[in-house]
Every structure is written in C-alpha cells, then in structure tokens.
Design a protein around this ligand. Sequence first.
Ligand code: AKG
Length: 275
Amino acid sequence: MNILSHKQIEQYHQQGYCAPVDIMPESDAQALRDELERCERDYPEHIHGKKRNNTHHFLKFMDNIVFHPRVVGAVQDILGPDLLLYGSVLFIKEPESAGYVSWHQDGIYMGLQPLNFITPWVALTHSNPTNGCMSVIPGSHKDAIRQHHDSFGEDNILTRGQKVENVNENDAVDLILKPGQMSLHHPQLIHGSKPNLSQDRRIGIALQAYITPDVKQTVGKGYALHISGEDKFNHFQMATRPKADANPNDIKWRNSVEKDWSEILYNGAKVTREY
Ligand SMILES: O=C(O)CCC(=O)C(=O)O
C-alpha cells in the first residue's frame, strides 16, 4: 500500500514502534470524537468506563476506523496483504483522572501465537505527556517476553495490572500525537502511560490487533474480523460487519466475544474485576 515511508518501516523494525503516522485531518478526528460521544450518550449500557472493548462489532464509526485505508495500508506495509482484526479497545482517560497503564508487553496476555501482530493506536484528541500519552521503551521488542506480575492496581487501566519490573524510565520515549495521527507498536514492545492531568479527555483507539491469519488463539475461543486478502487457516470464528449502530444481533455477538475475552485476559489470574 506504501502508506509508510522506508524510514517509518525501518523505525518499526529497529525501535518496535512507528509514530506519528498521519491518518486523517484533525477535523475528521474531531467528527469521530463527536460520533463516539454521541454513542456514549445513546448506548450507555453498551459503552461506558468498564465496557470499552470491541465496539467495532456494533458501531459504524468504529467499523469505518477499522477499515480506514490508511490504517489498514500502514499495517499491510509491515505484515503483508492478508489481515484479520482480533479486537479493539477505546483507551479513554477522563480529565484530571488517575488512570494509568503499567509497563507491559501486549504479547503476554492475548493468548495469540505466533506474535505476528501490530497494534495501531489512533488519536482522536491530542495525546502528550500532560494528558498521559503512551510512552515506549525503544528497542525493547527485540528482547523476549519478560516476566510480568499482576498488580491489580485500582487505577490501572489494564485488566489485571500486568507489569514488567525494572524498566529504565530514562529510556522512555513519549509518543506525542495530534488528533488524526496514529502510532503502531510491536507485541513485544514495552509501553505504558501516566495519568491525564489535563482538563480534557484523552481518547485513543487501539486496534488490538491486526494479525496475520496464521496466528492462533491458544487460550479459549478466538474471534476475528476479516480485513483484507486471504485466510487459508480458518483459525478464528469470523465476525460480520455492522450495517447500522447497535443492532441487537451485533450486540449479542459483541457480548459473547467479551465473555470469551474475559476468560482469556484473566486466564490464571487470582483476582478479576467487572468486565
Ligand atoms: O492508551 C494507553 O495509554 C495505553 C495503550 C496500550 O497499552 C495499548 O494500546 O496497547
């Protein structure tokens, strides 16, 4: 697709991330934010602070982002033409809120093998050190998956507060994005984020993750959405795309995906919280 320059592809391979990538004008990102906030008002039982995963199964604007040609094209530039989407997460930090994300590697908790996947994180607002942008440890993807311990921190946005110890924060790089830009990160990249100290929301959409079809779900049931190219493996139960917002069948599907995701994400955990 050639959305990414050679330099950006090189950055991804060498550093484990690539940012910023221009996806859409700021005005389009603002329109998507307006649409997200309308959906939060219209479907409060299906989208709220504790329920922000996999909304692409029942919301049209999320489906549009998932299939956005520049998002998909950028991922294809690295992973090739055959792609499925495993899931999505709305990472929203409310104004002046304590929520943070501990240092972690995504590859530890999704039960996906091999780790042939990439997570685009699309900013609908500015994302900077003041409002708790994502920070990464460049090059950390070249190490194996590190030992994580579950911290279950009250303000930790991750389900079980997965945490890598002994991260040298002096090495961290902040991924500063404008609305309409995205970052891409590797499943072994150590990353995290601090609280939002600003007076506005910080909204990012993690498309978590685009996978190649050879990837398998090794814990529990696997669901995915066909994005592009061929799937010769049929490892996943396939979702259909929403034709309208909040169709009851799509909500039912999303809820069953959530139930199975919860079993995957909490696999072996000592504590679970509302999901
Ligand atoms: O949004 C954040 O602050 C963290 C996001 C994250 O951990 C991820 O997208 O994998």
